[in-house]
Design a binder for this molecule. Structure first.
Ligand code: SAM
Length: 292
């Protein structure tokens, strides 16, 4: 059984809201928003609609990218006076390509407690359904809007071996995909997730070129909100290792396995242990030795 959300005085609650499906608004998020003194919101009208839907009535404070720095001092003073406050954005997790960072930083700088009320986040939702490696990933937010800057950013990311996650809007999705094909390559594995948790939710995994062609085949597919999950670059085989293997094979004709492995490791910089294991697999060198 979950504990009731007790609202602590002077705490700032960072609360995630749905990215489409209102059923994803957690009971704890609703309880916290219903219990704080006021809610800082990116767009007060948008948040008012959400709160009305859930029967929550609270004073709203506008905190958006243009006034974030100015309102911080006021919010910190309220927290220090003992008011509990919540921070939400228009959809999903605040601060993730959304306003809120200045407020959280100000609260932290003032040594005020900040609590997470986690929930939907389009990047994580897309990654979780992508079928693309999820053990190590890089969130890049939105790629630059201008083509030149976007290609430059993609070129910087071309050798990144971790999975890449980017947000994209409907009016730039086709050109962003064309740039991904051009800069990262037609064969790069990619998952396009569109309208997650909404009526027209769709996600498709293919090569970058395959996704670009699929998108171009139907104008309806370019509608809505998008996340691209892009497979990381395949690591180039370790040059030292291949050089070590080459030298090892030459030396094995003349030397015992352990000496061949030691010399090959010294010459190439590859790991002696790996080369010795390979030497044994290859038959162990000129004379039997077990001093490795
Ligand atoms: N803070 C939000 C989060 O936690 O995901 C992201 C806000 S950012 C301003 C909006 C972008 O997130 C959209 O342009 C889109 O790239 C992505 N996004 C948000 N909701 C989405 C959804 N339901 N399906 C796919 N992408 C979504």
């Amino acid at each position: 059984m979950s504990a009731p959300a007790r609202i602590a005085a002077g705490h700032l609650y960072v609360v995630a809201t749905p990215i489409g499906n209102l059923d994803d608004f957690s009971p704890r998020a609703q309880e916290v928003l219903g219990g704080v003194a006021a809610i800082c919101a990116e767009d007060t009208r948008n948040t008012a609609n959400l709160l009305t839907h859930f029967g929550i009535k609270k004073p709203l404070i506008a905190v958006h990218e243009h006034n974030e720095d100015e309102v911080c001092a006021r919010l910190v003073a309220r927290l220090q006076a003992g008011d509990a406050l919540a921070l939400v954005s228009d959809a999903g997790t605040p601060l993730i390509s959304d306003p809120g960072f200045a407020v959280v930083r100000a609260a932290r700088n003032a040594n005020l407690p900040v609590l997470a009320v986690p929930g939907p986040c389009a990047a994580i939702a897309a990654l979780s359904v992508s079928g693309i490696a999820s053990d190590r990933f890089v969130f890049e937010g939105f790629l630059p809007a201008k083509a030149g800057a976007r290609r430059e950013r993609l070129a910087e990311l071309a050798t990144e071996t971790r999975t890449l996650i980017v947000y994209e809007s409907s009016h730039r999705i086709a050109e962003a995909l064309a740039d991904i094909v051009a800069v990262l390559g037609a064969e790069r594995p990619l998952c396009l997730a569109r309208e997650l948790t909404k009526l027209y939710e769709e996600s498709r995994r293919d090569s970058a070129a395959g996704i670009a062609a699929w998108l171009a085949a139907d104008a309806n597919r370019t509608r809505g909100e998008f996340v691209l999950v892009i497979g990381g670059a395949v690591e180039a085989p370790d040059r030292r290792q291949s050089e070590g293997e080459r030298v090892l094979k030459l030396l094995l004709g003349e030397l015992p396995a352990s000496r061949a492995a030691r010399l090959a490791a010294e010459i190439s910089g590859a790991r002696r242990k790996d080369l010795y294991a390979l030497a044994l697999q290859l038959g162990g060198g000129q004379t039997r030795d077990d001093d490795a």
